[in-house]
Design a protein around this ligand. Structure first.
Ligand code: G3H
Ligand code: ZN
Length: 328
């Protein structure tokens, strides 16, 4: 079916306390993996699983705006899954205009590096550009940092080799205080939402972009305080790193401090309705490709390596989809 407006996916999900996965695509294989996962999960659960595919401005430049958006549009047309196309983390008005020109059905304007007043001013401009064309706008309040803001590449490599509790301990020591300071302030929420006129709110609640392996607890207490100030769907960023469930936390030996919780808590009690995942899926593709090549170093047919890589992404995506639907 044709691409759908992201509002049509998120407003019913908010009512039903479930979430829709928003997955970042960087190639044709990623787009296919997301659609196949949604199709399989729809059959498995016996109810429709919706899908948001998103391109960052970097991904749109990598593929070319028209080819990137066109690929998602054609994949949607060929499937029965309801799919929205979102521009992820735009920081410039020109990027928003490109998304409108290429018929994206949602955008995220990320003004989180700006002072609050400037963030409000710019976000309002984005809403004025998008709403006349019916395109909903997500905006960021507080700041969701990147793991690279705190650790070098070599340090990240080392962290990946540690157990979950060891890695969490080190990340807490180095980044914990800073991440807490960057969280959205509940007292700013009403003003930000009212003055900008946004549709969805990406409020920082303690996650970090680019962690791996579902190990990091988030501040569900802060999320609940934010949710009390707005009826809008809330968006989780940096979700690759977040612990999936309390059971996972227990199994991995990660202790939750007071006020902390998991992705499932954020969805079921914190109003999170859109969950952005990028790193975990990119890593799944790379690992699938590399493992297939290691298994057959004489292989020269790209497709023989692309298929297992795509399958790896499909499996991880389906795992998220079950969680977001409330099924484990
Ligand atoms: O906007 C994209 C997401 O926030 C992705 O974060 O790479 O940590 O999953 P992640
Ligand atoms: Zn993000």
């Amino acid at each position: 079916m044709p691409l759908v407006n992201e509002r049509e996916l998120l407003l019913p999900a908010l009512e039903e306390q479930r979430a829709v996965g928003a997955f970042n695509a960087n190639s044709m294989e990623m787009v296919q993996a997301f659609v196949y996962a949604a199709e399989d999960t729809t059959k498995e659960l016996g109810k429709p699983v919706d899908l948001i595919i998103q391109l960052s401005p970097g991904a749109a430049k990598y593929a070319g705006w028209a080819l990137g958006a066109g690929m998602v549009r054609i994949a949607a047309t060929e499937s029965k899954i309801r799919i929205a196309l979102n521009l992820d983390h735009a920081t410039k008005l020109e990027e928003i205009q490109k998304a409108l020109d290429n018929k994206f059905t949602a955008v995220l304007f990320d003004g989180s590096s700006l002072p609050l007043e400037e963030n409000i001013k710019m976000t309002k401009k984005v809403v004025e550009m998008c709403h006349p064309q019916g395109v909903p706008v997500e905006a960021e309040l507080g700041k969701i940092p990147k793991i690279e803001d705190y650790f070098t590449g070599a340090e990240i490599g080392h962290l990946r080799s540690l157990s979950a509790p060891e890695a969490v301990k080190i990340i807490r020591e180095k980044a914990g205080e800073s991440v807490e300071k960057l969280m959205a302030k509940p007292e700013d929420v009403e003003r930000f939402v009212t003055e900008t006129g946004i549709d969805f709110l990406a409020a920082a609640f303690g996650s970090i972009h680019g962690i791996w392996g579902d190990i990091w607890p988030v501040r569900v207490d802060r999320l609940v305080a934010i949710q009390k100030r707005t009826r809008l769907p809330l968006v989780s960023h940096g979700s690759s790193g977040i612990l999936m469930t309390r059971k996972d936390a227990e199994e991995k030996g990660v202790k939750l401090a007071k006020g902390e919780g998991t992705l499932l808590d954020a969805i079921q009690t914190g109003g999170v309705t859109k969950v952005n995942v990028a790193t975990a899926l990119s890593v799944a593709f790379i690992e699938g490709f590399v493992d297939a090549y290691k298994g057959n170093p004489s292989e020269k047919d790209f497709r023989k390596l692309g298929i297992p890589a795509r399958d790896r992404v499909k499996q991880k995506t389906a795992q998220y989809m079950r969680l977001f639907a409330g099924v484990r």
